[in-house]
Write a protein that binds this ligand. Sequence first.
Ligand SMILES: CC(C)(COP(=O)(O)OP(=O)(O)OC[C@H]1O[C@@H](n2cnc3c(N)ncnc32)[C@H](O)[C@@H]1OP(=O)(O)O)[C@@H](O)C(=O)NCCC(=O)NCCS
Length: 384
Amino acid sequence: MRETWVIGAASNRFGKMKESGREAATEVGLAAIESAGIEPRQIGHTFVANAFGVAEHQAHVGPLINTGLGIPEVPSVTIESACSSSSAALHEAYVHVAGGFCDFALVVGAEKLSHLDTLAATSYFAIGADYPFEAKNGATFPGLYATLANVYQHTYRTTPEMFGSIAVKNHANAALNPHAHFQKAITMETYLGSPMIASPLRLYDCCPFSDGAAAVVVAAKEAVPHPVREPLVVRASARAGSIADMHDRPDLLGLPAARAAGAAAFRQAKMGPEDIDFAEVHDCFTIAEALALEDLGIFPKGAAARASLDGATARDGKFPVNPSGGLKAKGHPVSATGASQVVEIFEQFNGLAGGRSVPHAEVALAHNVGATGGSCSVHIFSRR
Ligand SMILES: CC(C)(COP(=O)(O)OP(=O)(O)OC[C@H]1O[C@@H](n2cnc3c(N)ncnc32)[C@H](O)[C@@H]1OP(=O)(O)O)[C@@H](O)C(=O)NCCC(=O)NCCS
């Protein structure tokens, strides 16, 4: 396996896009290639994440994006792994580049759903769950994650303020992120006063429906003698799966795929949680951030929501989490999310994160979940 780097990254502002998913993917793909200091013709393979292109009446977007980039002859593949689509695409790009199949690969994820209302978007998203058993019987993602939150709350006797502190922290971080959907801090009072969506999840426990696109360029170290930016060295690229249906899982106090992907990533990197300086984790709902931190072994079971209330996960805390604002406040354009976590780490390591910078960070982790955890990717990056 060759040493593999992320040498360029770009994102648009999440929220509502005027352009189509495919147009946005082409724009950020080009911006990522420019940020890497290479030419589009150097890309050997494009890995595209676009789970809900069908909502735009468009499939097979890879060749369209490559045509827009001026490289129609370059192979592409579209990868669907629900909310972890672009981290799955990154894993495939890593395998190609580290395995010597190409020197440069483009990973791009894009999603556009803002032309749909909440009911239609919720219905599309629900096909990422087990449709006959879950979605068809009325289970939505807020409902499924509310089930996880209820089990957690009942087991660990948590308070609403503990989950609220995750939302308040992530909104504060997103207020400093020009890519974020919501660039507005909220107070605990705003959180507590917000409407109930699926008990115990309130409005501010939920990620929004966002449009967005994010891209990264993956390269073999040996093909980049003079990187124009500080590259992210890929120390680990791990994926795992688990039983997709929540009703068949023996335990709802975590996501088995996240535990397995986290453990595999730490093994690959020859590191432990104590070596990580900050993490971008999949907080589609506030409960998901708490579970992620426990699944990764960063906090003991039942301790993450409390630690958040104590400030441990703030930018200046013991273990900064989601300096970007996370899915909760930066937004969650499904297939762009995993790549955008890497964009955040790239900006952090390149001094481009402005007021949300995590000082002295050398090693960072990205954790990206598909649906309620049928799949999960964990990547670990370091400076050279
Ligand atoms: C929480 C949710 C139901 C709210 O939808 P809604 O009630 O139809 O809200 P609307 O789109 O009508 O927006 C109403 C207001 O709330 C804001 N808003 C919507 N969702 C929000 C969220 N998650 N957090 C904060 N504010 C939100 C909107 O910006 C809007 O503000 P404005 O009035 O100032 O313009 C919806 O965002 C949702 O389902 N989120 C989860 C998405 C999901 O499941 N993703 C997959 C995860 S695995």
